[in-house]
Ligand binder design. Structure first.
Ligand SMILES: [Zn+2]
Length: 832
């Protein structure tokens, strides 16, 4: 497939509206994506209600605000100015103002700080200089009254004197010549104190402000202002709130790595903390374990987790600790995977906080009986723990993302209520920053998905009617179709479909599609599960087209893995442990297992920061192959499982996941002893029925065996007759070398020997190593499991002999060269 232009994709989408619609509906929610990335809040005209905005849009607005904060983290007034502008815009108000509350000689008053803010007005002209302040005592004017009552006032008509608005003062109007018609005023409250009052004047597109408008103003305030101003008066900003904003600035410098953000924020605040040391434990956020991590527990080889859990049900697992030492010389330590007896965790306090979400303030901590703090000095500086304040870091979803623990107030006193408030604010802020990363991550993920979707579209390759006709000659009744199809398909004997030694070399790629379809008939699933012949043909053809034309991980490899799975089940007689449905899923998953492979491995995806790597944390490519396969099935005209019931369909999807993810060789070492134990147990059994019962009754054992079968299929080229293996090995090597070239040119890195074409002569040696280190175990255990599979092990051993002799020749050659070099050097030395 050649270069595909934007126009081609557009044309494709236009010609296939159903595909485009379904794809975007399911995968992307295009409108949301569009609004997240394209909506410029400046474009919002005439005030839309907050309700009309999606959650993501709301995030976007807040996110932008934070970005603006980053740009000019100078003064709170400037930020509030932006907020007022946004408020005026969202509420379709003529203008907004902000008054601060303060006290003079013990008497509270409100003073104008920002006046007449419109969506476009300049900050400089809105900021009220001290000599032009308008000051109200709390008993005159709406603003003062709002400050006094701490309530939101929505006044539809200021002229109508009523109970509600008899506080309105036209003092300012008279001074400025402005006419206030209606207004909305809301206090900004921190604890029991009113910090400021927002005033929104004259609704433009309605006769008065609505209830929703009141909510919007509350939302806006809560979202940003509270965090910036809590426990601080807007009028007399302490260093802390400025610092907080500044650390927000730092937080947003890099938005990819949560930990780095945590660190930046924490590092920035260190000078404001009145303590000698503090540590932050970061909690693992994964809720569900990967299936392969569940296996040892399900097989009874590992104890299930009985330890403490977070309120939302996660295992309490501190995967990293950042330790800030502020006494004496400043130092920061990062402890990845801290052991449970690490002093930060050994007391049990962080775990307790993670479990319960409480704030714990402990005087004379070492004397505590419940928590066991280290009593002696930590190092030669003689630092010891005296007082401890520990609290959870909670994100907006109310999940505890970490625990911050502060040690020893600098003045030697115990931590007090003020410290609790301060640190709570800090941890809230941290949680908030993590939330934003979350949001950003989500947008990023959507963005990446979009990239990948586009890539998929370019390669998107649903088989056309004409293509299907090359296999399924005519269209008639279902039974008829199956009959026609069967006649068109190759005879298994002719191509040795049931043989482990099967070679795809004599078969064309198109014929391989037919062979693939044939296998589903051979395992009797087409009629049993009512797979429409046309759908089966279209799916198989589309899978073929889903493979890119790359050197090794192409359709031929995909087919070979499917064929080996089929042969292991049938000729290898492993089918007896599995249901027809499971066998159906296993063969299908095997065909799909490398679909849309790019010819580079997972490490390369990571190093090149490909969109795939940003989307998937582990088993990057395998997760993509899985996603791709599942996407195909979402199209009913490709869904070979369309006539299954819900439970059956879910079983199939689960098996797809296990089978395809299992082809990640990084997981191979996790499963091999589990597989070996099953084989050991089977070997001791005398009756076949016993073995069948032992395995087929236990879904976990079936999964482990299936996962190992996938590895056996994926590596099966190493077991083929030497003429086949030697050719395939060169193909694999070529693909590796191409990646090595990319690493050199694109990443500017030296590739490992396996991928370095300059070390091509080492191939036989590498093959021997690969056979010894990985393959021998697989095929030895399989031939022990079922003697019918021994041909694979025999083939492997034969190939090892071949590779070894070539490796020896190479080694001999190198030895000779080395000796010759040495001899020449000695001669040169003699002469010299
Ligand atoms: Zn593969």
């Amino acid at each position: 497939m050649g270069e595909i232009s934007k126009d081609d994709v557009e044309k494709y989408l236009e010609n296939n509206p159903q595909f485009a619609k379904e794809y975007y509906d399911k995968k992307l929610r295009a409108e949301v994506v569009g609004s997240v990335f394209k909506v410029n809040p400046g474009d919002v005209k005439d005030g839309i209600s907050f309700k009309e905005m999606t959650k993501l849009e709301e995030c976007q607005v807040l996110f932008e605000l934070m970005m603006e904060i980053q740009e000019e983290a100078s003064s709170v007034e400037k930020i509030v100015h932006k907020i007022l502008q946004r408020l005026a815009q969202l509420l379709a108000a003529d203008r907004c103002s902000m008054f601060i509350q303060r006290s003079r000689n013990g008497i509270p008053e409100v003073a104008s700080r920002l006046m007449d803010v419109t969506p476009t007005s300049k900050y400089e002209s809105n900021l009220v200089p001290p000599e032009k302040e308008v000051v109200f005592p709390l008993d005159i004017g709406i603003v003062g009254w709002v400050a006094h009552t701490k309530k939101v006032f929505n006044i539809p008509d200021v002229k109508k004197v009523s109970e509600k608005n008899n506080h309105f003062s036209d003092f300012v109007d008279k001074q400025t010549g402005y006419t206030t018609v209606n207004m909305l005023a809301a206090p900004i409250v921190s604890g029991k104190e009113v910090l400021a009052v927002f005033m929104v004047l004259n609704k433009q597109n309605a006769s008065e402000f609505s209830k929703e408008d009141e909510d919007v103003s509350t939302d806006m305030k809560n979202a940003v202002v509270r965090r910036a101003t809590r426990s601080n008066k807007l009028g007399s900003l302490s260093g802390l709130s400025i610092m907080l904003l500044w650390s927000a600035n730092k937080v947003f410098e890099e938005l990819t790595d949560i930990e780095r953000q945590f660190h930046k924020a924490l590092y920035t605040i260190r000078v404001y903390l009145n303590c000698e040391r503090y540590s932050v434990g970061l909690l693992d956020m994964t809720k569900e374990k990967e299936f392969y991590d569940e296996w040892p527990i399900k097989l009874g080889e590992a104890e299930p987790y009985k330890g403490p859990k977070t309120p939302d049900g996660r295992e309490v697992n501190f995967y990293k600790i950042i330790d800030y030492i502020l006494h004496g010389k400043e130092e920061i330590k990062v402890i990845p995977s801290p052991p449970p007896d690490h002093w930060c965790l050994a007391s049990g306090l962080p775990t307790y906080v993670a479990e319960n979400g409480f704030i714990c303030n402990m005087m004379n901590a070492p004397a505590d009986e419940y928590f066991t703090f280290q009593k002696e000095a930590f190092d030669e500086t003689g630092w010891i723990i005296k007082n401890v304040l520990s609290l959870p870091i909670v994100n907006k979803k109310e999940e505890i993302v970490g625990v911050a623990t502060f040690y020893n107030r600098k003045d030697g006193k115990p931590f007090d209520e003020h410290d609790e408030q301060l640190t709570e604010m800090l941890t809230q802020f941290l949680g908030w920053s993590v939330l934003n990363t979350d949001t950003y991550d989500k947008m990023n993920k959507l963005e990446n998905r979009k990239d990948i979707a586009q890539e998929m579209l370019m390669y998107q390759t649903k088989a056309t009617a004409a293509e299907i006709q090359t296999i399924l000659v005519s269209v008639s009744s279902l039974k008829q179709l199956i009959k026609i199809l069967k006649e068109e398909l190759p005879e298994p004997k002719d191509v040795e479909l049931y043989e482990f030694r099967f070679s795809d070399f004599p078969v064309t790629e198109h014929e391989l599609i037919k062979c693939g379809i044939r296998m589903f008939f051979e395992i009797n699933v087409v009629e049993k599960f009512k797979v429409p012949a046309e759908v089966l043909t279209r799916w198989m053809y589309t899978v073929r087209k889903g493979y890119r034309d790359i050197t090794y991980h192409n359709w031929r490899h995909g087919f070979n893995v499917g064929q080996t799975m089929f042969t292991l089940l049938m000729t290898g007689r492993i089918k007896k442990y599995y249901t027809d449905l499971e066998a159906f899923a296993m063969v299908s998953a095997a065909f799909c297992h490398d679909i849309d492979h790019r010819g580079t491995n997972n490490l390369y995806q990571m190093k090149s920061a490909s969109p795939l790597a940003r989307l998937h944390g582990s088993s990057i490519l395998e997760r993509h192959h899985l996603e791709y396969s599942k996407t195909l099935l979402q199209d009913e005209s490709l869904n070979i499982f369309q006539n299954l019931n819900k439970r059956q369909y879910e079983t199939v999807l689960h098996l797809f996941e296990v089978a395809i993810i299992a082809t990640d060789l990084a997981l191979y070492f996790k499963k091999r002893t589990m597989f070996q134990k099953i084989v050991d147990a089977i070997e001791k059994m005398e009756k076949e029925e016993e073995a069948i019962k032992y395995i087929s009754m236990d879904p976990t054992k079936k999964e482990v065996i299936m996962a190992m079968m996938m590895t056996g299929c994926d590596l099966s080229a190493i077991t083929k007759p030497w003429e086949v293996q030697s050719k395939v090995a060169i193909m694999v090597a070529n693909e590796f070398w191409e990646q090595g070239d990319l690493e050199r040119t694109v990443l500017q890195q030296q590739p490992i020997p396996m991928m370095d074409r300059n070390k091509g002569e080492e191939l036989p040696k590498l093959q021997v190593g690969f056979i010894d280190f990985v393959c021998t175990f697989v095929y030895k255990e399989f031939s022990r499991f079922h003697k019918e599979i021994t041909p694979m092990f025999d083939g492997l051993q034969n190939n090892r002999v071949e590779w070894k002799s070539r490796a020896d020749v190479y080694e001999e050659k190198m030895k000779k060269i080395e000796e010759e070099k040495k001899r020449q050097e000695e001669e040169a030395a003699k002469k010299g």
